[in-house]
Ligand binder design. Structure first.
Ligand code: 6PG
Length: 478
């Protein structure tokens, strides 16, 4: 007899945690995993004593689902999702709902949503953030895809999502790949936050010469103020952990950062849409540079740093780093939201940017006090050109700018690489200037390729060409 509210396919850590979370909220959950021993181990272990029912074959799981059926796939992004869709869809009927809760690329989700809509199956690509703990106790969920699916999954998703001030960190994002797109940008911002924190850590350790314990105290203190966030909090936790010999464990972790791809997808998207989001790109490249560990070790023995400067009292230095981190973070989020705005225009999505900030306030990796300020900014000015121009952030930047500049200058003087802090400042300085030097680039393009240019003293849209080598100017070519 069909009696399960939802089927979960894939019992890696996220699938298990979500199944347990749904069970806690009163939903009847059926689970399946290709390696069936995992089903048994789950039922005998974490799911013991719950109402969760396990199956050793997909058709058995599908047969126990109440209609319209709802199935959540929690498998590795890529071809495994297509393979699973190929196995599940013959077992489904029109009106059923299939959800991909992994980190799939939004273009795959677009394609799958279209293909399944043709068969009457409502497909959803749901970004789910928060790692194991979030999935277990309340993640941030970003669902998009076939809008007809939303009424079928709303209660369930909003029921298990994190809540902040009673508001669930889950709402419908938009059609097609919109949900996975927003999750991708979340991850790009996550990369930026992590890189900025790592740069602050470098300045405190290598620049100021603080011990791990001293840096731990700085981060614990920062977590009480405007930087209060999950990532700052776990940084303080990490720095407090000791190895068996009593030494800080962080010093024994190899400085080589991996990546699974969502950060570079965000940077590629920004490049493709022509949106300036350099901080996310820097964060991805910094991980790539970190991965060249052996080469860096060799280079460290032969490349000089050149003359370095240092001279500042510790407390002022810490305050400067704090403000630099905060100001760069404002720019990073402004870049992420610029990308979302452009994506909405480009892909025809009605993205509620303030609503997305709300969804990220709890459950997810980038959750922070700061997202309340972003939400408030969107409430005040629903469509600001950029968060940077919104009054609150404008004032915060004005306040923190002097220390940010000094921090970057100090880091350069010390020979310490802080690409995200530096790039964010260059972005800010570029964004706030009415005049840049792109006129010279445009003239060069016209010189070697007759690509034409617009003039400052003529209406926009008129194209001019000059024979620069001979110093002769052509007329309007438009
Ligand atoms: C989340 C995270 C998660 C991501 C990990 C690892 O929101 O819960 O973004 O989805 O997979 O952070 O990502 P990288 O391996 O690329 O660092």
């Amino acid at each position: 007899m069909p009696d399960a509210d939802i089927g979960v396919v894939g019992l890696a850590v996220m699938g298990q945690s979500l199944a347990l979370n749904m069970n806690d909220h009163g939903f009847r959950v059926a689970v399946f995993n290709r390696t069936t021993a995992k089903v048994d181990a789950f039922l005998a272990g974490p799911a013991a004593g719950t109402r969760i029912v396990g199956h050793h074959a997909l058709p058995h799981l599908v047969a126990t689902l109440a209609r319209p059926r709802r199935i959540l796939m929690m498998v590795r992004a890529g071809s495994a999702v297509d393979d699973l869709i190929g196995e599940i869809t013959p077992l489904l009927d029109a009106g059923d709902c299939l959800i991909d809760g992994g980190n799939s690329h939004f273009r795959d989700t677009e394609r799958r949503t279209r293909a399944l809509a043709a068969r009457g199956i409502h497909y959803v690509g749901a970004g789910i953030s928060g790692g194991e703990d979030g999935a277990r106790h309340g993640p941030s969920i970003m669902p998009g895809g076939d809008p007809l699916a939303w009424p079928l999954i709303r209660e369930l998703f909003q029921g298990i999502a994190a809540r902040v001030d009673g508001v669930p960190c889950c709402d419908w994002i938009g059609e097609g790949g919109a949900g996975h797109y927003v999750k991708m940008v979340h991850n790009g911002i996550e990369y930026g936050d992590m890189q900025l924190i790592a740069e602050a850590y470098l300045l405190l350790r290598a620049g100021l010469g603080l011990t791990v314990d001293e840096v731990q105290a700085v981060f614990a203190d920062w977590d009480k103020g405007v930087l209060s966030s999950y990532l700052i909090e776990i940084t303080a936790q990490i720095l407090a952990v000791r190895d068996d010999d009593g030494a800080p464990l962080i010093d024994k972790v190899l400085d080589r950062a991996d990546q699974k791809g969502t950060g570079s997808w965000t940077a590629i998207e920004a490049l493709e849409l022509g949106v300036p989001a350099p901080l996310i790109g820097e964060a991805v490249f910094a991980r790539s540079l970190s991965a060249m560990k052996d080469e860096r070790i060799r280079a460290s023995t032969c490349l000089p740093a050149g003359p370095l400067t240092f001279g500042i009292e510790p407390q002022r230095f810490i305050e400067r780093i704090h403000d630099a981190l905060y100001a760069a973070k404002i720019c990073s989020y402004a870049q992420g939201f610029l990308l979302l705005r452009e994506a909405a225009n480009n892909y025809g999505w009605q993205l509620d940017l303030g609503g997305i900030a709300l969804m990220w306030r709890g459950g997810c990796i980038i959750r922070s006090r700061f997202l309340d300020d972003i939400k408030a900014a969107y409430d005040e000015t629903p469509e600001p050109e950029s968060l940077l121009q919104q009054e609150f952030f404008r004032d915060e930047l004005a306040r923190t700018l002097p220390r940010w500049r000094k921090t970057v200058a100090m880091a350069v003087g010390l020979g310490l690489p802080v690409p995200a802090l530096t790039s964010a400042l260059a972005f800010y300085d570029g964004y706030r200037r009415a005049d840049l030097s792109a006129n010279l680039i445009q003239a060069q393009r016209d010189h070697f390729g007759a690509h034409t240019y617009e003039r400052t003293d003529r209406p926009r849209g008129e194209a001019f060409h000059t024979d620069w080598g001979r110093g002769r100017q052509g007329g309007d070519l438009g």
